[in-house]
Design a protein around this ligand. Structure first.
Ligand SMILES: Cc1cc2nc3c(=O)[nH]c(=O)nc-3n(C[C@H](O)[C@H](O)[C@H](O)COP(=O)(O)OP(=O)(O)OC[C@H]3O[C@@H](n4cnc5c(N)ncnc54)[C@H](O)[C@@H]3O)c2cc1C
Length: 397
């Protein structure tokens, strides 16, 4: 065992609250920072103990509160947590999207201003990209920022902004120039959500709970110093951030892994065994057995492939257009495994709420519906296929 693994295992033994072992149904469950509540006192304790070691952002520089772990040790950290089904101490768009962008392309002032707040979990970020009329065709965005001295004055609207109502800051794409091709003239701007002129309106969904909000900007003032990269040149920054987002979506799917936990550690395999039963050949239904094995093998292959890109990100590289492959493949595998879960459950998969269905079956049906969202968030599967065709395979338009 490596020195770091030995030290970490002993530390986890001592410091990871017993009540949290085996509780994360996805390793990407964790504290979202900012105004988000801790589900329990043990969750708070776990977060604070990790924070004191720099382990909320294990491979970020110590200057900003990280632990500056090597590539190998950062991987060991995640492995040991996932093995125990412990939640990550901190998750969110700060750590996985805007943080890596600031580390790579932010000014020293922006890094010093924003990275410590992300690591300490004090500040939660949301993503202001999509607008009515500018989703897949993101470069058509119309939220306008007009320069007034050292400030921009922003007017316009964002939509589908996940958790805007719980966030402290928004990283935003705004139009600062109408001339020339539409990709030029976009600026990447950081704005505090409590700035006068910002209105947040939650969007209710048919399923009940919804993370979505509309965000309206009316004469919102933001300092020019809050621009990441150059004024009018934000498209490059925006694309780099999307590559992080797409890798993250692929990763969170693969990290749930071949096992696809339905509630905590109850896996798709457990579900199949419970419903279908086993005989001397294993699972009694040979067709389902084949599908299950294929699902597990494909997920395992995806996970290994992703690790290579993750290593590059941990080493400070930016992911490229290949992140679109992870997103499409991860999405397809995830949708297929939840289809399989429902097929196995048969009529028990029909419930959305109420006493007639078990919590587990309701959770499964809801996860199935949520998996469809993977094909839209961070850019739809059709758009990812266009990117793969052009930028990975070099096919003509
Ligand atoms: C769970 C979830 C979370 C989200 N969170 C955020 C967030 O936090 N912040 C944010 O800014 N946005 C967020 N979004 C919005 C998301 O980025 C957009 O929904 C997505 O980019 C698609 O845009 P649209 O909804 O306008 O659909 P449209 O662009 O109108 O697309 C409609 C359909 O047309 C297809 N289509 C469009 N253009 C092409 C083309 N050129 N070739 C082939 N097919 C095409 C699309 O694939 C799609 O099927 C989220 C979405 C989801 C589902």
């Amino acid at each position: 065992m490596s020195d770091f693994r030995t030290e970490l295992v002993a530390w986890l033994e001592e410091n990871a609250p017993k009540s949290l072992h085996g509780t994360a149904s996805s390793p990407f469950q964790g504290h979202w920072g900012g105004k988000s509540e801790f589900p329990s006192e043990d969750h708070r304790l776990w977060f604070e103990r990790c924070l004191a070691r720099g382990w909320t952002a294990p491979n970020w520089p110590k200057t900003y509160g990280g632990a500056e772990l090597s590539l190998e040790d950062a991987r060991v950290w995640q492995e040991e947590l996932f093995k125990r089904h412990l939640p990550l101490p901190l998750v969110g768009f700060g750590l996985t999207m805007i943080g890596p962008i600031l580390l790579a392309a932010g000014s020293e002032e922006l890094k010093a201003a924003h990275l410590p707040g992300i690591v300490s979990g004090e500040v939660r970020w949301c993503q202001g990209y999509s607008e009515p009329g500018a989703g897949s065709d993101l470069a058509s965005l119309r939220t306008k920022a007009v320069r007034d001295g050292d400030e921009f004055v922003v007017n316009g609207q964002k939509i589908w902004t996940s958790h805007a109502d719980l966030s402290d800051w928004i990283f935003c794409l705004v139009r600062t120039n109408d001339e020339g091709v539409k990709q030029v003239g976009i600026t990447f701007l950081l704005i505090p959500m409590n700035t006068p002129g910002i209105t947040i309106r939650p969007i209710p969904l048919i399923s009940g709970a919804s993370p979505f909000c509309e965000v309206f900007f009316e004469d919102v003032r933001a300092p020019v110093a809050n621009v990441v990269g150059q004024v009018d040149q934000g498209w490059k920054v925006a694309k780099a951030l999307l590559a992080h987002e797409r890798t993250m979506v692929g990763e969170s799917i693969a990290a749930g892994g071949a096992r696809a936990p339905i509630l905590f550690t109850y896996t798709l395999r457990d579900h199949a065994i419970d419903v279908i039963g086993t005989d001397e050949n294993g699972l009694r239904d040979a067709a389902v057995r084949d599908e299950l094995v294929r699902s597990e093998m494909e997920m395992a292959a995806m996970k290994l492939t992703l690790e290579r890109t993750k290593d590059r990100i941990r080493a400070g590289d930016q992911p490229g257009p290949e992140s679109s492959i992870f997103k499409v493949v991860g999405t397809e595998l995830n949708m297929r495994r939840w289809e399989l879960a429902l097929k196995i459950a048969d009529q028990d998969a029909l419930g959305w709420e109420g006493d007639a269905y078990s919590d587990r079956n309701i959770a499964m049906t809801r996860q199935w519906l949520r998996s469809r969202g993977n094909s839209i968030e961070g850019g739809t599967s059709e758009i990812q296929r266009n990117i793969i065709a052009r930028r990975v395979l070099g096919l003509p338009k």
